[in-house]
Design a protein around this ligand. Structure first.
Ligand code: FNR
Length: 184
């Protein structure tokens, strides 16, 4: 049957390169796969257990529900100072406190985009470490690290234009679908 993947974006800025990739995914989804965005991690307050004790914020519960009912998650994020952006870590910290924890045993793929040469690789390995504790089933390969992003986007039209990169994204989506199907 048709698979549904949801996209978690780790950048808040409007002109984000990662956002351009996230917005490309629904358009290049292969037959039999539907991809849709999750809400913004910017809607989450800074994690504070006192807040949690007063009741989980609505945007957290809403995203947790969307993740739980999806067949897989794609995290698209920049690298900040060789690691995961604080806003993404904050979102994962909140989600980790929801019961049942939505990312547990959830097929998940990571994509990073950077103007630099390394394409955000270092953030990916920090993110993988966090996701071990959350017990997500993180896809190993192919690893999508989009480097030298300036050459691959039409920033005026806000679009990922590089065809090889678009094809590579489709390969990863298909690999995530294979993982998701193997788990059902
Ligand atoms: C960066 N950037 C960056 N790039 C990288 O490849 N490795 C890094 O460690 C960092 N560190 C970093 C820290 C902070 C605080 C900022 C604001 C930026 C550059 C980053 O990749 C670039 O700004 C991207 O365009 C950010 O992603 P979005 O917002 O375009 O999706």
């Amino acid at each position: 049957q048709k698979l549904h993947f949801v996209v978690l974006l780790g950048s808040l800025r409007q002109a984000s390169l990662n956002r351009m990739v996230a917005e490309t995914l629904p358009r290049i989804a292969p037959e039999g796969i539907r991809i849709s965005p999750l809400g913004s991690v910017g809607a989450f307050p800074l994690y504070d257990q006192d807040l949690q004790d007063r009741g989980m914020p609505a945007p957290v519960l809403e995203m947790a529900d969307q993740i739980r009912s999806a067949d897989g998650v794609i995290i698209v994020t920049p690298e900040y100072n060789y690691s995961v952006p604080g806003v993404l870590k904050n979102a994962l910290d909140w989600l980790s406190r929801v019961a049942p924890q939505p990312l547990a045993r959830k097929p998940l793929a990571i994509q990073t985009v950077s103007p630099g040469m390394i394409g955000g690789a270092r953030a990916q390995y920090h993110l993988r470490q966090i996701l071990v504790f959350l017990d997500a089933y993180v896809l190993n390969k192919p690893e999508v690290m989009i480097g030298q992003a300036a050459t691959k986007f039409d920033t005026g039209r806000r679009e990922l234009t590089d065809q090889d990169t678009r094809d590579f994204l489709v390969r990863q989506i298909n690999a995530l679908a294979e993982l998701a199907r193997a788990m059902t």
